[in-house]
Design a protein around this ligand. Structure first.
Ligand SMILES: [Zn+2]
Length: 195
């Protein structure tokens, strides 16, 4: 099958600010790190419904990921950041290798993914990351690690970053389906309100 999609617009926004400021786009307010495991599980539980919908392979715009592509990316983030938390628990201030989601999407041919497989992948990745978070002791939340750009995270802020990431992408996927249902009990973000 030769079904190549154009790349998405590179995402150059600094998403680390959401840890402190929250995110207007998806309604995230800085979360309690101790809730991370439960929130990841709640997000994972929503993907089967999203990926069971019609049109999951269609991009809402040529340069915006399809719901399926967002799901594969979310799986990768749960895997990646869970592993990074594990590294922060095992090592002193580890440095993380560069990771470019757009490159992985292209190389991994996300658009060809099997939805049932991705649902299972997300379930498994979430369980693995939850098991890492379960090992975080009281004094471990402030353990650190650094991204290749020098940005330093703690176990607490990285887990918040991950929670926002998966919740935000779940919303991206729902918006791609034009399904405006509340996400995790919050009102769905809508466009400018009618007067
Ligand atoms: Zn967001």
């Amino acid at each position: 099958m030769n079904q190549d999609y154009p790349p998405t617009l590179p995402d150059r926004r600094d998403w680390t600010v959401v840890i402190v400021e929250g995110c207007e786009e998806c309604g995230y307010v800085p979360s309690n790190p101790h809730d991370s495991s439960a929130r990841l599980a709640a997000a994972a539980a929503e993907w089967p419904e999203v990926l069971g919908s019609e049109g999951i392979r269609e991009r809402p715009e040529p340069t915006v990921w399809s719901p399926l592509e967002y799901a594969v990316h979310a799986r990768d983030m749960v895997r990646l950041l869970g592993a990074r938390v594990g590294a922060m628990l095992a090592d002193e201030d580890p440095v993380f290798e560069d990771w470019d989601g757009d490159v992985h999407a292209a190389e991994g041919r996300y658009w060809e993914a099997d939805a049932a497989q991705i649902i299972e992948d997300i379930r498994l990745a979430t369980r693995q990351t939850q098991s890492v978070l379960a090992r975080v002791g009281r004094s471990d939340w402030e353990r650190t690690g650094r991204r290749s750009d020098g940005r330093r995270f703690t176990v607490a802020t990285l887990s918040q970053y991950l929670v926002h990431d998966v919740e935000h992408h779940l919303q991206d996927a729902r918006l791609g389906l034009r399904v405006r249902v509340p996400l995790l009990g919050r009102p769905a973000t809508t466009g400018p309100t009618d007067r």
